[in-house]
Design a protein around this ligand. Structure first.
Ligand code: FAD
Length: 341
């Protein structure tokens, strides 16, 4: 007998803006597919939840990215994000359909919405997760208990959190933590339209104008090649910038470098910065603190340059150079350029 017989399936809140789903929703759907595949005995499906105005025609995209079903709440009150209306709508979706778990992006929107919903329905929520699995020891009992990992104690440790007493089990996960599965346009699935009964249609907060955020510089989360500057490279940042230019990449940094005033916060990688997954990450004069590593360890190939042979960064790098960044980086760039020709 399942522990929560009325609750089933893994739901993913697919955040959208201007009717365009954000990639993080698709990353979470890809991961949810892996979760259901890891415990086929449960017979769970992956369900996308799409809230907004004029979003119904995006449901097929959500299916193409791996959902079996999509619940669509299409309502003018959901045109722009509002804590009030989104919380009302998502809470009603949960009460009606009873998901076993609900994953949400740890974006500005997701970090506002998920705790509100969790409080309304008295569910457990693990924020800012970096890993999720279904506890294999519980599956035979029909229990899809999630083991949710997240950094804790200032990022010095990773903790695994379980919410065994309530359903759904909720988690927010940062963008870029999970891989995006290939899109399959031929996939078919069910689209369910759901109309919430609004507690009130009077907005508690009126959005008078939405001003697009000015994006200054580059978005390092979208770069294929990154050269990471640590405190050990603060004295040679022009060299790193030149190397990035040569390789067609960008420079990013540790929090130490940002705090020392050498780089803008928008280029900080790590737990309190951005999560990046470039093809190549060259860590220059970076010690490899867990808070930094949490934001770049999923890069395809990591090269580290550090003059301390004991530096932690070497434990997660594919290739390591023990030496002074001023000497090693120019030689490395030369070598990479030759290899690309
Ligand atoms: P250091 O740890 O000082 O390392 C410098 C390295 O450079 C050393 O290994 C040294 O051997 C090497 N070096 C020195 N000179 C040279 C040279 N000439 N050539 C080659 N190597 C050289 N950090 C982040 O990066 N991102 C975050 O998001 C983040 N969030 C945090 C959140 C919390 C709650 C806390 C407590 C900390 C956070 N930190 C974060 C800080 C983190 O703990 C480390 O302090 C920081 O990452 C260290 O940066 P660093 O590697 O540049 O400097």
């Amino acid at each position: 007998m399942a522990t929560f017989p009325d609750y089933k399936d893994i739901y993913v809140f697919v955040e959208q803006k201007d009717s365009e789903p954000a990639e993080v929703g698709y990353e979470l759907i890809s991961e949810a597919r892996k979760l259901v595949a890891s415990a086929p005995e449960l017979g769970f499906q992956v369900v996308g939840v799409l809230l907004g105005e004029n979003v119904k025609d995006k449901a097929q995209d959500v299916i193409a990215h791996g959902a079996d079903k999509v619940i669509v709440v299409d309502d003018p009150l959901l045109k722009d994000y509002s804590t009030q209306f989104y919380t009302d709508a998502l809470t009603q979706v949960i009460n009606e359909f009873k998901p076993d778990s609900l994953l949400t992006g740890a974006t500005v929107l997701g970090r506002d919405l998920a705790p509100r919903v969790a409080a309304r329905i008295n569910a457990g929520l693990t924020a800012d997760a970096t890993g999720i699995e279904i506890d294999p020891t519980k599956v035979a009992d029909g229990d899809a208990l999630l083991l949710v990992t997240r950094p804790t104690f200032g990022g010095n440790l990773f903790g695994t959190i379980v919410c065994p007493n309530t359903r759904p089990q909720m988690a927010t996960i940062r963008p870029k933590v999970f891989d995006l599965a290939p899109v399959d346009e031929t996939r078919t699935g069910e689209v369910i339209e759901f109309a919430p009964v609004w507690n009130s249609t009077e907005p508690e907060v009126v959005v008078e104008e939405v001003l697009p955020k000015k994006i200054e510089g580059v978005d390092i989360a979208k770069c294929n090649i990154l050269i990471g500057a640590g405190r050990g490279a603060e004295g040679c940042l022009p060299l790193l910038e030149e190397a990035a230019k040569e390789l067609g990449g960008e420079v990013c940094a540790t929090r130490a470098v940002v705090e020392d005033g050498f780089m803008d916060k928008s280029r900080q990688v790590g737990q309190t910065g951005k999560t990046v997954r470039p093809t190549l990450y060259i860590a220059c004069g970076i010690s490899g603190a867990v808070q930094h590593v949490a934001g770049m360890e999923k890069s395809d190939f990591i090269i580290a340059i550090n003059r301390d042979p004991e530096a932690e960064i070497f434990t997660i790098s594919n290739l390591g150079f023990i030496g002074d960044v001023n000497q090693v980086l120019p030689l490395l760039v030369e070598g990479l350029k030759k290899a690309r020709k």
